[in-house]
Every structure is written in C-alpha cells, then in structure tokens.
Design a protein around this ligand. Structure first.
Ligand SMILES: *Cc1c(COP(=O)(O)O)cnc(C)c1O
Length: 490
C-alpha cells in the first residue's frame, strides 16, 4: 500500500511513498500529511475468524492487510513489546463499568499512559529500519507530559537512534518528570527548559531552523525524524485496539457480531480518534465516534457547527493537560478522506492564514454522520471521577471527559466503549482532590492517599520512580538548547 499527501502533490515530492518512507521523513508538499491511499476491508467473517485470537495475532493480520513494506520479523519484534504489558495475553483489558458502558484500558504499558500503545512498537520498527539502511536518526521531541516518557522508554538503548527530549521545568507532574529524568542511556538526552510548554516548543522550532544545527547533522550524517502523533507509524498501531475492543465485547457476549457500538474518545491531537475513524471505514460496526474534549473545546465547535475558529481562543490549562490543544493536527486526515486533497489544502491554508475555516452544510452533515462531540469542564470531570469511584471504577481525568459525551451525545441505547488513556497514577493529585477534597498534594502523597482509599497498591514502576537516581540533570534557559543538543551529538 502507498501513502499520498493530504494537501496534494507539488511535483517536487514523489506522488506516492511507501510506509517506511512516510514514517522516516514525514515532510510533504504544502505541509500536508501522508495518508493511506486506500484501506483494507474487514468483513463479518474477519471478526468471526478472530474471536479467539490474542492481541498480537489480530495485530499481525490487520498490519498484513495494510500491505506495508516492513518485513515480518521486524513486525513480530515490534509486537512482542506488548508482552511487557501487565497481561501479555491481553494488553488492553476492556472492563464493564455500567451495563452499556465499557472501558478499554490503553495504559497497561511501561509508562502507564496510552502513548505506549503506539510508541512501543513504532520505536522498534523505526530502529530496525534505521539499522537495515545503516542510517543514524535523531528524534527531537518537546513534551508536556506523556509523549516524552513513552518516547524515551521505547528508544532507550536502541541502535541507530538518538532522542533529545525537552520538557517545561515545573510544567509536568512529578511522576511524568521522574519518568523522564531517571532514564539512563547513552542515546537519550532529557532537557528541562525554564518556561512553559509553548517556550519549549518554540525553542524546538527555532532549533529546526538553525544553520549550525543543520550543518552538524549533515557532517555527522544524522537524519532528523519525528515521533509526534501525526506520524503514520503511530496511527497504524492505533487502528488495532479499536478492533480488539469490539472483539472483547463479542467475547464477553455483550454484543453480537455486526451490532453497532459507540466509540468514546478523549481527544487532543486526534490520533486516537483517527484510529477509530479508520477502523470504522475498514468495516468496524460503529454507530458514531464520540469526541470528548475539556474546556479547550475547539473539536466540539468543529463537529457541532462546522467552524474551526482559532481567532478568539487561547489554550487554557485544565486537569486533563494531555488534551490542552487547539491545533488538532490529525483532523486534517479526516478532511482529506472525506473531501479530497484540493479542499483540504484550501481549508488548512485558510486556517494558517486567517486562523479559521467554515465547512459547508453538506460537509458538516458528512462529519456529523460519523462524529458527535461535547466537552467537560474540570468540575464536572471531578464529579464523574467521584461517581465512578463510588460505583467501583477508578479513573483519571482524561477518561472522565468521556463520561460527559456518553451522557449527552448518544441517540441510541447502544453499548459504548470509552477509551481510558492514563492510569490513575499519572494524575493522582486531581483524583485525590476529587475523592477526598485534598488540595495541592504532591504526587507521592496523593498516590498514597488514593491507594489507601481504594484498597490497592501503587504499581511498582511508579513507586520505584521516587527512589531511583536522577540520571538527567540538565535544566537550562531556552536560549541554550541548541548548544546543549550540539554537545549531546558530539
Ligand atoms: C495524548 C493523550 C490524549 C490525547 O490523545 P490524541 O490521540 O492526541 O487525541 C488523551 N489522554 C492522554 C492521557 C494522553 O496522553
């Protein structure tokens, strides 16, 4: 299968690229994204045939239907990383909370957030291709929390790949920071930057434009790549768990084959939701995909009114920080799939130059046939956390936003799969506040108080973080980032 560009081709780039090309150098004409030219089809017989499959068997079959240019042994190696999840036979448990609400838990991997679902196998594939080609890669990431730990974990000690990861010092949770600064490997560099996430991100952009930086990379024959969520190498692994979650409901005999369900996704950059969209297009029986947001509700606006309007908005910090996003990059792939490259280019260029676009009535109807959306304020989220806990389910503030869409966005009484994107351990102060009213608690105290209240243990990989040696001690002004990274490459 080949990949084509969401904003059309400028005659300078090749018209189609293979999967490995799309993930290694994801830069395309007019700033577009690579998207699959067509999608495999999963029919009812497919679901019948996988009723007894474990996760890796299912994943192998779906990936093979994408016909990507990656050898079977590399895929097997990548998928074997799911063996390190809590339950190797089922890395993604689907848990009943209410009769028609099931939670698909995507956080049973090493860093306790759903980023592991895609970054674990993606890191393995990228390193394997780099080795095969005899090329060296540098991955640069700026993180506000969950991507950094997951990227470091997957690339740690991997051949032919180095990672420089920047985070806003003081802008992440204690657990997230410790997950990064305790990573000890020669190919990893973690840099705390004084300032907020925007400072960190703009410093990264500046670095990418620097001549000295480019010259050093060239001299050392190092290629630059990205592990952000627009990379199709991550998206492809995010189609699989949607299919798996449906199969889990079949296995638990709460639906019959072909019965439609709602997918309910806490959304930021729209990677998770896009995986659901592709699964639906491939044939997964989905009534609608519910898009949950927090107060940064640009996606609620888009899906309810057809307007993507950045003119009057700025990002507000919330208790679900991984969703504090206004430029939701993967929406572009849905626009492309529904409306084509010409229209997508027009809309995206308008967004860049005028900070807004408006879909036509007909386009909006097509969007609303697939998606419904709402947003959840922090205070409401706390109430959902409290209520679910009283009903026997402990969840994080990102997952909680889906309980709002579950209440407000369904027209039919169908089973709903809520995607849980983080374990309670990653956002414990907010949860402790919801459950006990305590405020301003440090992570370690909040973890203990939740564990006590819920009668559970703090998972070892989180508890041990507080005793591990700090391996990464660099905290600098943003002006010094370039110097620091050049020194790391020496
Ligand atoms: C990244 C993240 C999200 C948002 O996912 P997208 O694929 O960017 O929409 C939601 N919750 C958590 C905990 C995350 O880490």
């Amino acid at each position: 299968m080949y990949f084509i560009e969401t904003r059309g081709n400028d005659g300078q780039h090749r018209e189609k690229v293979s999967f490995s090309e799309a993930i290694l150098a994801p830069i395309s004409s007019f700033g577009g994204l690579y998207s699959p030219e067509s999608l495999p089809v999963l029919d009812q017989a497919f679901f019948d045939s996988h009723i007894d499959s474990d996760y890796k068997t299912l994943a192998r079959d779906i990936l093979s239907r994408f016909e990507i240019d990656i050898e079977a042994d590399i895929i097997d190696q990548a998928l074997s990383l799911y063996d390190n999840f809590d339950d190797p036979t089922n890395p993604v448990p689907v848990v009943r909370v209410y009769d028609d609400l099931y939670v698909s838990e995507l956080w049973h991997g090493p860093t306790r957030a759903f980023k592991d679902m895609a970054l674990q196998p993606f890191g393995s594939v990228l390193s394997a291709i780099a080795q095969k080609r005899g090329e060296q890669y540098l991955i640069l990431t700026a993180t506000s929390g969950d991507t950094g730990p997951a990227a470091l974990e997957t690339f740690k000690n991997k051949a032919n790949v180095r990672v420089a990861c920047m985070y806003p010092d003081g802008g992440t949770s204690d657990v997230q920071r410790l997950q990064m600064v305790t990573e000890d490997a020669d190919n990893l560099k973690v840099i705390g930057v004084k300032g907020d996430f925007d400072d960190t991100q703009s410093a990264l952009k500046k670095l990418l434009g620097s001549q000295a930086f480019k010259a050093t990379l060239q001299k050392k024959n190092i290629h630059l790549s990205a592990a952000n969520s627009v990379n199709f190498g991550r998206i492809i692994f995010q189609t699989i768990y949607h299919v798996h979650s449906y199969l889990e409901l079949l296995r638990q005999k709460v639906i019959s084959n072909g019965e439609k369900v709602y997918l309910d996704v806490p959304s930021g950059n729209f990677g998770n939701a896009l995986g659901g969209y592709y699964a639906l297009k491939m044939g997964l029986p989905v009534e609608k995909i519910l898009i949950a947001s927090n107060k940064n509700n640009i996606l609620t606006q888009l899906i309810n009114t057809g307007a993507y309007d950045l003119r009057h908005s700025s990002v507000v910090p919330t208790t679900s920080p991984a969703m504090d996003i206004l430029i939701s990059s993967n929406v572009e792939r849905v626009l492309f799939d529904l409306f084509g490259a010409g229209r997508t280019r027009e809309l995206m260029q308008q967004l860049e130059s005028e900070k807004h676009y408006q879909l036509s009535d007909d386009e909006l109807q097509q969007i609303q046939a697939i998606f419904a959306a709402d947003y959840c304020e922090d205070e409401e989220g706390k109430q959902y956390i409290k209520k679910a806990f009283a009903d026997g389910y402990l969840m994080d503030p990102h997952t909680a936003t889906c309980f709002k869409t579950y209440e407000t966005c369904r027209d039919r009484p169908l089973k709903t799969i809520v995607y849980s994107t983080a374990e309670w351990t990653k956002f414990s102060p907010v949860i402790a506040n919801a459950l006990t009213g305590e405020v301003d608690t440090h992570d370690i105290d909040a973890l203990k108080s939740i564990a006590r209240k819920a009668g559970i243990e703090i998972p070892p990989m989180i508890r041990e973080l507080f005793e591990k040696e700090i391996a990464q001690k660099t905290v600098i002004e943003k002006e010094d980032i370039e110097k620091e990274i050049l020194a790391f490459l020496e």
